[in-house]
Design a protein around this ligand. Structure first.
Ligand code: SF4
Length: 371
C-alpha cells in the first residue's frame, strides 16, 4: 500500500537522506537496472527558494548525492518556468547552475524540447519528450497555495513538463481537468515535496511561511490530498485531485494508516518571528505564541489565511494561543495543538492540520454569533 512519509526539520540534507532510506528508493531503483532518472523541481519563476515559490537547491543536491553514492549516474534536471519567464534564468538564480557544474548533472530547459501528443480520455495532451523518456521521474514540488487552483503540489507541478502553448491551453480549459489528464499521461514515480517554505497565497512566492518538513511518497494523489489539509483545504476545494483519482492516478482518501511521521514535529526549529511578508505580519496579530514549533505555527498561518479568504478572520474576537509554553496550563481561550489541551477550546494534534484548525475556528465564530 502506498503511504505518505513526513519528516520535520530544517536541514534539507538530513531530511531528504532519511526519508529516501525509509522508502527504500535505492532498492526500487536497483530493481530497474540502471534507469535514467529525471528530477523535476518547481522553478516557476527565478526566485530563491526562501521566497516560497521554488524548490530548495539543497534538497535537490541531497537527492543527487544520495543517488550518485549508490551508483546511479544517469541523472538530469528538467523544468520549464511559467509562460513569460525564462527557465535558464531560473536555473541560475535558484542555484541549479552550480548543482549542474559540481555534480555533472545536465539541466534541460523544456522550452527548447520537442513534444509528443498523447491521447487520454479522448483528449489530446502535449507532453515534452524528455519528461516522457525518463525511466524514473522524481517530482519535487513545493508545498504552496495557488491563486487559481488553491493548492499547487505534486499533481500540478507536472505542468512544467508541457510546452508553453499547451500551458496556455490548459488555462483556457480551467486547469483542473487537464492537470488530471496530464498526470494520467505522464507518471511520476516518486514525489518529494519541499515543505520547508511555501507561499500562503500565490504560486510565485512573496509570502513564504516556514513549514519545516519534507513529504514523500509514490502516490501523487494521496500526497496532494494530504497537502490540501495542511493548507486548510478540503478535497472538494481542489477538483483536480478527485479527477486524477477517477482516472486511476492514485487514491484521495487519506487514513491515519497512510501517514508515516518519521519524527516528532518538535524536532523542527521553533518559529522564527523575524520571518516576514505582508500577509504573515497581518495574520500574526491574531496569535499569541509561546515557544511554538514552526510546523504548528505554519499550519496555523495557513488556517488563518483561509479564514481571511472567507471574510471571517476579523470576526474572531479573541487571540489564538499556540506553543509549548502553554503545556499543562488551564486557561480560557482558543488553543492550537496538544500543548494547549488545557484551554477551553482546543484543536488536538501535534501539530494539528490547518483544515482542522479552520473548522474549529469557523464553528467557534458561529457559536459566538448564536450564543
Ligand atoms: S502541539 Fe506543541 S509540541 Fe506539538 S507541534 Fe504544536 S507547539 Fe509543537
Amino acid at each position: 500500500m502506498k503511504k505518505v512519509y513526513i519528516m520535520y526539520g530544517a536541514d534539507p540534507e538530513r531530511l531528504v537522506t532519511t526519508i529516501l532510506k525509509k522508502i527504500d528508493l535505492i532498492g526500487e531503483l536497483q530493481s530497474l537496472g540502471n534507469p535514467s532518472i529525471v528530477i523535476k523541481p518547481n522553478l516557476v519563476v527565478p526566485q530563491p527558494a526562501e521566497w516560497g515559490a521554488t524548490t530548495s537547491p539543497e534538497m535537490v543536491t541531497a537527492l543527487i548525492v544520495f543517488l550518485k553514492k549508490a551508483g546511479f549516474n544517469k541523472i538530469s534536471i528538467i523544468e520549464s518556468s511559467w509562460v513569460g519567464d525564462n527557465t535558464k534564468e531560473a536555473f541560475k538564480v535558484c542555484g541549479y547552475e552550480k548543482i549542474s557544474q559540481i555534480y555533472d548533472v545536465p539541466l534541460i530547459d523544456l522550452k527548447d524540447d520537442s513534444y509528443r501528443e498523447l491521447e487520454v480520455e479522448k483528449e489530446k495532451i502535449k507532453v515534452c519528450t524528455k519528461a516522457l523518456e525518463a525511466d524514473y521521474l522524481i517530482n519535487m514540488p513545493v508545498l504552496k497555495a495557488h491563486c487559481q487552483t488553491r493548492l499547487t503540489c505534486a499533481l500540478k507541478n507536472l505542468k512544467g513538463c508541457i510546452p508553453d502553448q499547451e500551458k496556455r491551453r490548459f488555462h483556457t480549459m480551467g486547469l483542473h481537468r487537464p492537470i488530471a489528464l496530464l498526470n494520467k499521461a505522464l507518471k511520476s514515480h516518486l514525489t518529494i515535496v519541499d515543505g520547508l517554505y511555501g507561499d500562503l497565497t500565490h504560486e510565485e512566492g512573496g509570502n513564504p511561511v516556514a513549514m519545516n518538513r519534507v513529504i514523500a511518497g509514490r502516490d501523487p494523489v494521496l500526497i496532494d490530498a494530504y497537502a490540501a489539509g495542511l493548507l486548510g483545504y478540503e478535497l472538494q476545494d481542489i477538483p483536480y485531485i478527485l479527477l486524477a483519482e477517477k482516472l486511476g492516478v492514485g487514491k484521495s482518501k487519506v487514513s491515519s494508516k497512510d501517514i508515516i511521521e518519521i519524527n516528532s514535529s518538535q524536532e523542527a526549529p521553533l518559529v522564527d518571528l523575524r520571518q516576514g511578508g505582508e500577509e504573515l505580519d497581518y495574520l500574526r496579530r491574531f496569535v499569541v505564541e509561546d515557544q511554538a514549533c514552526s510546523a504548528c505555527y505554519g499550519n496555523l498561518m495557513h488556517a488563518l489565511m483561509r479564514l481571511k479568504e472567507k471574510g471571517l478572520l476579523e470576526k474572531y474576537p479573541a487571540p489564538i494561543y499556540v506553543g509549548q509554553g502553554y503545556k499543562g496550563k488551564r486557561l480560557t481561550g482558543f488553543g492550537v495543538g496538544a500543548c494547549t489541551r488545557g484551554f477551553t477550546i482546543n484543536v488536538a494534534g501535534c501539530p494539528p492540520q490547518a483544515n482542522h484548525i479552520l473548522e474549529q475556528l469557523v464553528s467557534s465564530i458561529k457559536e459566538e454569533k448564536h450564543g
